[in-house]
Ligand binder design. Structure first.
Ligand code: HEC
Length: 126
């Protein structure tokens, strides 16, 4: 049998997998970082099973929630205290969290994430 060289197609698949792997999906980010506070509600974080509180948050909308999660809000540290998360990953997690509570938001685009980052930076200065 000839030595099996990885085909061009395999290389392409690997390359695109790596690209898509760069930003983690919201559920994974939640399970790795946000769950620490948002599962139990410590520090008065909105608990994931507190539907009433989340319904109010869903109404506030992503333009309020994502900048808050990026910049931090009261007892919540910026990015939930995990600076290794990209802005996109934090936004993915927020979308995932609100979509567990009746939100119907599409995955955030890089343009939206840029706008939210600018809003988060403005918030920090106040
Ligand atoms: C160290 C604990 C902690 C971690 C970890 C944490 N949060 Fe929070 N989060 C809080 C607390 C506390 C609040 C409530 C802040 C308040 O309103 O007083 C909050 C509130 C929020 C809100 C509502 C913001 C608003 O405008 O009221 C969102 C959205 C949120 N967190 C998203 C996230 C995401 C996404 C992650 C993971 C990347 C995360 N949190 C990780 C503690 C945490």
């Amino acid at each position: 049998m000839p030595f099996a060289k990885p085909s061009f197609a395999t290389a392409l698949t690997l390359a695109s997998t790596a690209l898509f792997a760069a930003d983690k999906p919201g559920a994974q980010v939640y399970n790795e970082t946000c769950i620490v506070c948002h599962h139990t509600g410590i520090l008065h974080a909105p608990r994931m099973n507190d539907d009433k509180r989340w319904h109010k948050l869903v109404k506030e909308g992503l333009d309020e929630l994502v900048p808050a999660a990026l910049a931090g809000i009261r007892h919540m540290p910026p990015k939930g205290g995990n600076p290794n998360l990209s802005d996109q990953e934090v936004a993915n997690a927020v979308v995932w969290m609100v979509n567990q509570h009746g939100g119907q938001f599409a995955p955030p685009s890089p343009e939206q994430v840029k706008t939210w980052r600018a809003q988060a930076d403005r918030r920090k200065k106040h």
